[in-house]
Design a protein around this ligand. Structure first.
Ligand code: ZN
Length: 400
C-alpha cells in the first residue's frame, strides 16, 4: 500500500506500545493491562464490566458503545481479542521483547501481531464509535479475554459473562492475524498429559522394577497408530489441510540414568478434531488401551503402578456455517474472498457456542505469531483501522 497513513495510525501505535509494555503472559495476573484498557475507555466515556476468574487475579473485560435500550440494544456486533501472549525468551530477540521497537515500517514486540495489534486498533477506534454512539443502530461490544494461548480459558466463561451483562450481540469478529482473510472454521484442540508410574530398580535386574519408559513407548505407538487411522479416513470435501483429525505426542520426560529402571514417565500429547468428529471418542480409545493393556502389565508385578491422564484443555471446533451473517458482513466491508479454515484454535468456538455468528479476521501475518522478533507492519495497522472505520460507517448508517 502506498496510500497516506491512516489518520489514527499514530494513536494506535502509541496504544500498542503501552500494551506491549505489559508482559501479559498466559496464567499471570493481568490486572495491569486490564486497568490500562479500562482507563483508556473510561477517559472516553465508555464503561466496562470485569469478569474475574476464581483466583481473583485474571480478568475478562467487556465494553459497550451505543444503544442501551430500544430494539437495537438487543443485538450488537462484538470485536474480540485476547490479552495474553506467549512467553518471550529475550535471548532470541534483537531487543527487549516488552518494549515496542519501530523500524523500517515494522513494529516489533511480543504480542505485536498476536494480538495486541488488533486490540490497539479497536481501542484507537473506540472514541470514534463513542462519538457516533447516538447514531449506532446496535451496540458495538469490545471483549478482551485472558489465557487464550493455553486453552481459551477466559473465552470459556464468555457465554455466561455476556448473559450476566445483558449483552446479546449477534456477530463476533475475532481479530486474530489472518492477513485480513476471513476464516469461518477451525479444528478443535484437546491437550493432554499422561503420567506413568512404574517402579525403580537396577537395570541389571529388570524383573525387580517396572520400566515406565517402556510403557510410555507402547502408549506412544498406540497414539501413532490412531493418528494413522485418522489420516486413512479423510473427510470428503474437507477444506482443511490435512482433511482429517490429527494426534501428536509433543514431549516426553522420564528417567534418571541409563542403569536405573525409570519409575516415571510423562508425555504431552494432543488431539485436533476435524469438525464433525468427537475428540473424546479418540481420547477414550487411548484410555481403553491403557486400562486393558498397559495397566494390567504394569501391575502384574507392582500393584502400585499407575497411569493418569489429565486433560489440560478442550477447545471445541469452530464450525463453518453455510449461511453466516458474520461472513456477509465481512464480504460487505472488506472482501469477497470465500471464508477459509485453519487448523489452530481460537476463542471463536466459545462465542459460537454462545449463539454468536462468528468469524475470524484480523491484520498481520500468522507466520509472525509466537516467533522471536514478532512484528506487525504499519500497513497492517492501517488495514485494521480501515476495516473498523468501515464497520463504524455501516453501524451508523453512513455506509455506501
Ligand atoms: Zn492469538
Amino acid at each position: 500500500m502506498n496510500a497516506a497513513p491512516h489518520p489514527l495510525r499514530e494513536r494506535a501505535i502509541t496504544i500498542l506500545a503501552d500494551l506491549v509494555g505489559f508482559p501479559s503472559v498466559s496464567l499471570q495476573p493481568n490486572d495491569g493491562i486490564v486497568s490500562y484498557i479500562e482507563g483508556w475507555l473510561g477517559d472516553h466515556g465508555i464503561s466496562c464490566w470485569r469478569d474475574a476468574h476464581e483466583d481473583g487475579e485474571r480478568f475478562n473485560l467487556l465494553a459497550r458503545i451505543g444503544p442501551q435500550e430500544g430494539p437495537g440494544a438487543e443485538s450488537g456486533i462484538l470485536l474480540s481479542g485476547h490479552l495474553d501472549v506467549v512467553p518471550a525468551d529475550a535471548a532470541g530477540w534483537e531487543d527487549d521483547p516488552w518494549r515496542l521497537r519501530r523500524e523500517g515500517g515494522r513494529l516489533y514486540g511480543r504480542g505485536a501481531v498476536d494480538m495486541k495489534g488488533f486490540l490497539a486498533m479497536a481501542l484507537a477506534q473506540a472514541p470514534e464509535f463513542q462519538a457516533h454512539a447516538g447514531s449506532l443502530t446496535e451496540p458495538l461490544y469490545l471483549a478482551f479475554t485472558f489465557d487464550e494461548e493455553i486453552g481459551c480459558f477466559g473465552a470459556e466463561r464468555m457465554p455466561e459473562f455476556l448473559a450476566s451483562c445483558g449483552a446479546k450481540p449477534r456477530i463476533a469478529i475475532i481479530g486474530e492475524p489472518t492477513e485480513m482473510a476471513p476464516i469461518s472454521g477451525h479444528k478443535g484442540g484437546m491437550e493432554l498429559v499422561t503420567h506413568i508410574r512404574g517402579a525403580a530398580g537396577h537395570a541389571s535386574k529388570p524383573a525387580e522394577g517396572v520400566n515406565a519408559i517402556f510403557a510410555a513407548a507402547r502408549l506412544i505407538t498406540f497414539i501413532e497408530q490412531l493418528a494413522h487411522e485418522c489420516a486413512g479416513a479423510p473427510h470428503d470435501g474437507s477444506p482443511f489441510d490435512p482433511p482429517h483429525s490429527t494426534l501428536s505426542v509433543g514431549t516426553i520426560r522420564g528417567g534418571e540414568a541409563r542403569n536405573i529402571i525409570p519409575d516415571s514417565c510423562s508425555l504431552d500429547w494432543e488431539i485436533r478434531a476435524h469438525p464433525g468428529e468427537d475428540p473424546h471418542l479418540l481420547r477414550r480409545k487411548v484410555e481403553d488401551f491403557v486400562a486393558t493393556d498397559i495397566l494390567p502389565a504394569l501391575r502384574a508385578t507392582h500393584p502400585d503402578c499407575e497411569v493418569v491422564t489429565e486433560m489440560l484443555c478442550d477447545v471445541p471446533p469452530l464450525e463453518a456455517r453455510e449461511i453466516s451473517s458474520a461472513a456477509d458482513l465481512v464480504a460487505r466491508l472488506w472482501t469477497n474472498q470465500a471464508p477459509g479454515v485453519v487448523s489452530f484454535g481460537t476463542d471463536g468456538s466459545y462465542f459460537q457456542a454462545a449463539g454468536l455468528d462468528t468469524i475470524v479476521i484480523g491484520p498481520g501475518g500468522m507466520a509472525q505469531m509466537h516467533q522471536p522478533d514478532e512484528y506487525i507492519t504499519e500497513d497492517a495497522i492501517d488495514e485494521g483501522l480501515q476495516f473498523l472505520g468501515r464497520l463504524l460507517d455501516e453501524m451508523s448508517g453512513r455506509a455506501g
